[in-house]
Design a protein around this ligand. Structure first.
Ligand code: NDP
Length: 313
């Protein structure tokens, strides 16, 4: 059975929920499919202290629950389900949910987010929320005057190491190659920072600690004749080895960069397909914050409303 809507929102992080709040208040009767992880990446973090409006802080789960309730209060239809196919060749656009149900939508707001990459160590799960994080801006504050490690050698890792060096007493940067991939300026900032020690040619074998992270076991020059093992004492372990934007399902139609981030007209959430907008981390390689995602969700809903009104839909 085909269901027809004016505004379909795909994904339920801060971008999607904010889009739902604005779209429902603009009488677009939005339908949202939450995706596999209702609430998005923030539900995997613990405390959130940098979202404006919460002077005492909140948790990622509570924040998402508040946003969801706010969207429902204005009539947003929020459902559990995942997009499994899309046909954006012509309007109204067709989206398949869970392999069976078809939605036809005049406008679509894509807010499917991005997924932080992890090393794949069982310890990353074991210490999730207890010392392991994939977001220094979100969690760095909890490590003031402590020792942390950042994994990665790209711009994100360097940026996070520098950010953390402003809070922590010591930062190890664990880099698997003998060079940093980051831009020269970021490399210089890292190498010149007295609080950052770069451990080149090192890989993480596992984490140690009783309930919370207290250390990491590393291997240096794995597979070489001079391979050696070392242990570092740390309180926090930050992954910064890249993100994967959740855009694959739209790729035949929607232009992305080489990493998969949806390309939008600068300063707007407009994609290359008229009436299809992208907001939040799926289109943002740079900021990736709940508040910036929420802001772009608001923009996407305003754009959807204007598009529908221009088309008389
Ligand atoms: P990148 O893909 O650029 O870098 C990922 C880093 O993680 C690399 O050093 C890579 O190592 C390492 N890595 C990947 N997998 C593993 C693994 N399994 N074990 C250990 N290390 C691993 O990702 P970024 O998130 O840093 O950057 C993404 C894009 O965003 C880039 O284009 C970057 O320039 C841009 N960016 C720009 C910023 C700015 O301009 N201020 C800030 C942040 C990002 P290896 O080098 O060995 O492959």
């Amino acid at each position: 059975m085909i269901e027809k809507v004016r505004c379909l929102i795909i994904g339920s992080g801060p971008a999607g929920y904010t889009a739902a709040i604005y779209a429902s208040r603009a009488n677009l009767s939005p339908l949202m499919y939450e995706g596999m992880q209702p609430g998005g990446q923030l539900t995997t973090t613990t405390e959130v202290e940098n979202f404006p409006g919460y002077p005492e802080g909140t948790t990622g789960t509570a924040l998402m629950e508040d946003l969801r309730k706010q969207a429902e209060r204005f009539g947003a239809d929020i459902r559990f389900g995942t997009v499994t196919a899309t046909d954006l060749s012509s309007a109204p656009y067709k989206v398949t949910i869970d392999g069976e149900k078809i939605i036809e939508a005049d406008t679509i707001i894509i807010s499917t987010g991005a997924t932080a990459k992890y090393l794949g160590l069982p310890d990353e799960q074991k210490y999730a929320g207890s010392g392991v994080s994939a977001c220094a801006t979100c969690d760095g504050f909890f490590y003031r005057k402590m020792t942390v490690a950042v994994v990665g050698g790209g711009d994100t890792a360097c940026e996070e190491a520098i950010y953390l060096a402003g809070l922590a007493s010591k930062v190890f940067l664990i880099v698997r190659k003998n060079i940093l991939r980051a831009s020269k300026i970021m490399q210089d900032r890292v190498l010149e920072n007295p609080k950052i020690e770069v451990l080149f040619e090192c890989e993480t074998l596992g984490l140690t600690g009783d309930k919370v992270v207290q250390g990491a076991n590393l291997v240096k020059r794995r597979g070489e004749s001079d391979e050696s093992q070392l242990h570092i004492d740390i309180d926090g372990f930050f992954l910064a080895i890249g993100h994967k934007p959740n855009s694959d399902i739209f790729k035949p139609w929607i232009e992305t960069d080489e990493v998969g981030y949806i390309q939008t007209v600068p300063g707007t959430p407009r994609t290359n397909v008229a009436g299809v907008f992208a907001s939040g981390d799926v289109a943002d390689p740079h900021y990736r914050q709940a508040i910036t995602a929420a802001g772009s969700g608001c923009q996407a809903a305003i754009e959807a409303e204007r598009y529908l009104s221009e088309k008389g839909l």
